[in-house]
Ligand binder design. Sequence first.
Ligand code: 6PG
Length: 472
Amino acid sequence: MAAQQFDFGMIGLGVMGRNLLLNMADHGFKVIGFDKDNQKTTAFEAAANPGTTVKGVVALQEMVSQLAVPRKIMMLVPAGKPVDDVIESLLPLVQKGDIIIDGGNSHYTDTLRRVTYLKDKGIHFMGVGVSGGEQGARTGPSIMPGGDQEAYPHVQPMLEAIAAKVNGEPCVAHLGKGAAGHYVKMVHNGIEYAIMQIISECYDLLHRGAGLTNDELHKAFDSWNKGDLQSFLVEITADIFLQPDDKDASKRLIDVILDKAGAKGTGKWTSQDAMEIGVPIPTIDMSVTMRNISAIKEERLKANALYKNQSGKIDTTKEAFVQQVHDALYFGILMSYAQGLAMLHKASTELDMQIPLQKVVSVWRGGCIIRSTLLDLFTRIYTQNPQLENLLLHEQIAQLLADKTENTRKVAGAAIQHQYAAGCLLAALSYFDAYRSGQLPINLVQAQRDYFGAHTYQRIDQPGTFHTIWNK
Ligand code: 6PG
């Protein structure tokens, strides 16, 4: 094949890189992928559909030299040093005007550093969030590009072609300045952690608490997925309960999976950054904490022996409890989105990213892990109010929550009374109660701060800053 014939290059033919590239080839683009491992390049070529132009190479130079200029090269490699290593190996091979895209889950500060570093060399660098897992990459992910406005039009046709479609609209849009793409993806993952944790808390209450079998759990989640809780995560949860154990067909797989969850860091980054810019996201924070608690299984077992934690049966009928838990789940999911989106609202100005929230929620409607029917509503809300500080301030959301809070409190109460760890659910409820409270007890904190540290306080009845000589 003659030089400079390919439209798009990919570095890293792991499952995500390979599937994205095959997806692009299905849409008529000529694609070339590089991986040092020739089993991967061979598997990649073998998986191509007939009539598509797909090539795998094991030498980076071979890939770069066959790309049309400006070259469009995406990397899908683990975050951190591997991204810097790829950049260094590309630098001698690319030329001014070429576009390098990081499609992985990089920390946004790394992306910002790389943008500046490469800009000085005349190379465009874009941080692009990609969500949807293996299957999404192959059939239509949600794509979150940000940064370089000059480079974006060059990659826009490819990204729009491969993205998931909702009502014919591609789930991809330019989401702001600098490292906005990776920032939005980070917050997407924070919301993802929170929703997954809340679902697992609901599972625990229904299963151990109310005694629902796996078949009954499947039925509940499946029916929820046909209603106002329709979402990817609820849908796959319904499926999970039916999966037999591949080692012992008499069991369900869910019952033999160890209760210890890993994390690659994006949820933690969301919490860290929310603290940095002063945005409360307690449900997301708690989901990160719960994964950390899950990881210390041996300590948990020692504590269990010491404290004899006996999560008891919840005194309820299955049917009534399923309805209550439905409302609690809906409530918790809404709080998770509200917190993540409030964080993006603040970051947009605080970090000068200019993130268009109406586009973010629109891009999340399809392809990504947190896609749900709620995002259609959010898209309408943010299109009318792009500067809305928090979804909870919108009347329609208030109406939706009005008939969910009572059951949420009942479920939270049952969790506390019967010793179930439902941290995210409780954090969602506390957030709601604090956020809508016209009177918090922080006046006492202010008094204490002034008492021991002369930190001053403000009064409710007159302007100004005051300090008191306490208890003299
Ligand atoms: C996605 C996912 C994907 C991955 C995350 C979360 O949007 O497709 O978020 O990026 O699952 O890395 O992984 P951890 O749970 O391991 O942090």
